[in-house]
Design a binder for this molecule. Structure first.
Ligand code: AMP
Ligand code: MG
Length: 483
């Protein structure tokens, strides 16, 4: 195992060097062994030692733990100093294939950036992030991953006393739009440049050869972000707190807080208990991502050109590419969901279907999954809607489009089964898993759910309860961040 901590070699102002604060009675709840193998981690055998490592009580050799400094726009308002207030970056692992990963503990105690917080996390949010981030990975969506979770044996006070936990998470990096904002707000152009160079070297090395590497970097981040949000929309995912500090420049999904997958389709759906205005609702996410990219562009302006007006022009040209990039990926994704090659007509058909689904609030996941079985016979699909008329008319146009594109029923069904998961992390199942863990110390439901969600595109006979939408009494109306 090779740790090489490049971020910790940046100047001191980028972070605070700090050890995780030890916890009372660490207990290992889950270790993601396939991920540990991918990282080529050389881990202790013993559960007690593993618990010590993944709670921060003992450090793997070669780590150089730091808390990263960052700022961010939270719900549109700039906060010049945020930073890892309850997380510690242990270091970077470099595999024999040359891939570099950040390994971070979340819930690992106070740092210089804690701002009055306790630096800890309740178990609930640890379990939610573990399950949802691994499910996102299995769905093929770029994301930070969950390597382990531990219970701390300590109590965390929120509205009530809750058992504490630590999540070990892994990402291409945890550099955020807010990291750039931290230095831009301090008018530290050297640091912005240093960070931009760091991000180019680490994530976008091809930008180095561009006429203007920083403009190229901005374009690459915008495209990655546009693609990411398009993928979120295609599985009904709502991030919930798309603040710039929760926006990774690598293009991975990070910082799972009050996130949720939609059950009944409603494009205006909001879950987060702290999102009173619906800023981060489902259908706002592309706009907000673009807004966040504009914040990044603002930080990079001095690097684009010495002449501010010219710099702004360069930045504007990149931002103008965001919406078309998003639309192209979203069109491609939605067309695949109905078994078609990307086309404007397919896009329109898919959006018409969403319109019919919205009217009847049909389950997003079940409706698309059922479509894969509906190329020849639409009885199952029609049964999901209150009236058969609109959906029958729609399937008529859809079959005609499949024929026009020369796509056989079998081929369409295959594409749709690969694009439309049978199983998503449903809020009521996550809630059930959290309740069992927090109230009874029973982690089996969480582990079982994670196991099922590792194969989201497979029909899993016997696991219907994980695929099924919530009954009315099981509905979860809000999600909480546990801050
Ligand atoms: P989040 O809402 O998780 O994106 O966090 C926003 C900011 O608040 C980050 O700087 C976090 O490190 C900080 N923060 C959140 N929860 C805590 C906590 N319990 N203790 C200290 N800092 C926290
Ligand atoms: Mg955050």
């Amino acid at each position: 195992m090779t740790f090489d901590n490049s971020y910790a070699r940046l100047p001191d102002k980028f972070f605070q060097r700090i050890h995780p604060v030890p916890v009372a009675e660490p207990r290992l709840i889950a270790l993601n062994r396939p991920l540990a193998a991918e990282l080529e981690l050389d881990l202790p055998e013993d559960d007690a030692e593993l618990a010590a490592v993944f709670s921060g009580n003992s450090l793997l050799p070669g780590t150089d733990p730091i808390a990263q400094a960052y700022a961010g726009h939270q719900f549109g308002h700039f906060v010049p100093q945020l930073g890892d207030g309850r997380a510690v970056l242990l270091g970077e692992v470099v595999t024999s294939h040359g891939r570099r990963y950040d390994i971070q503990l979340k819930g690992s105690g106070k740092t210089r950036f804690s701002r009055g917080g306790d630096g800890r996390s309740p178990l609930g949010p640890v379990i939610r992030e573990y399950i949802v981030s691994e499910a996102m990975h299995a769905l093929g969506i770029p994301t930070s991953r969950a390597l382990a979770m531990t219970a701390t044996g300590e109590t965390v006070f929120r509205e009530t006393d809750l058992p504490g936990g630590v999540l070990t998470r892994v990402a291409d990096s945890f550099v955020r739009v807010g990291t750039f904002e931290y230095f831009a707000a301090r008018e530290d152009e050297d640091a912005v440049r240093q960070l931009a160079d760091y991000v180019i070297d680490r994530h976008y090395p091809q930008c180095r050869d561009a006429a203007n590497p920083y403009v190229a970097l901005f374009g690459a981040v915008c495209r990655a972000k546009a693609e990411l949000v398009a993928r979120w929309l295609c599985v009904g995912f709502i991030h919930g707190v798309m603040n710039t500090d929760n926006t990774a420049v690598s293009g991975q999904t990070i910082d799972y807080g009050p996130c949720a997958f939609m059950d009944a389709y409603d494009p205006a759906r909001v879950f987060s208990s702290i999102d009173h205005q619906g800023r981060y609702g489902f259908n706002q996410q592309a706009n907000i991502a673009m807004w966040n990219m504009a914040c990044l562009g603002g930080c990079l302006l001095p690097l684009f050109h010495a002449d501010p007006e010219q710099a702004r022009k360069e930045g504007d040209a990149v931002i103008e590419g965001f919406a078309p990039a998003f639309t192209a990926r979203y069109r491609e994704g939605l067309c695949r969901k109905i078994g078609l090659e990307p086309s404007n007509h397919g896009f329109e058909l898919a959006r018409n279907l969403l319109g019919i689904m919205h009217r009847d609030r049909t389950d997003f996941t079940v409706t698309f999954r059922t479509l894969a079985e509906s190329t020849a016979d639409d009885a199952g699909l029609v049964g999901l809607f209150s009236s058969g008329e609109d959906i029958r008319a729609w399937t008529g146009s859809w079959r005609a489009a499949l024929r026009d594109q020369g796509i056989s029923d079998d081929a369409a069904a295959r594409v749709m089964r690969d694009a439309n998961p049978a199983c998503i992390p449903r809020n009521h199942r996550i809630e059930e898993a959290i309740r069992a863990a927090e109230d009874k110390g029973d982690f089996q439901p969480a582990l079982r759910l994670a196991e099922v969600l590792a194969r989201p595109f497979e029909a899993q006979p016997g696991n219907d309860r994980y695929a099924a939408p919530p009954r009315p009494e099981e509905l979860v109306h809000q999600t909480f961040c546990g801050t």
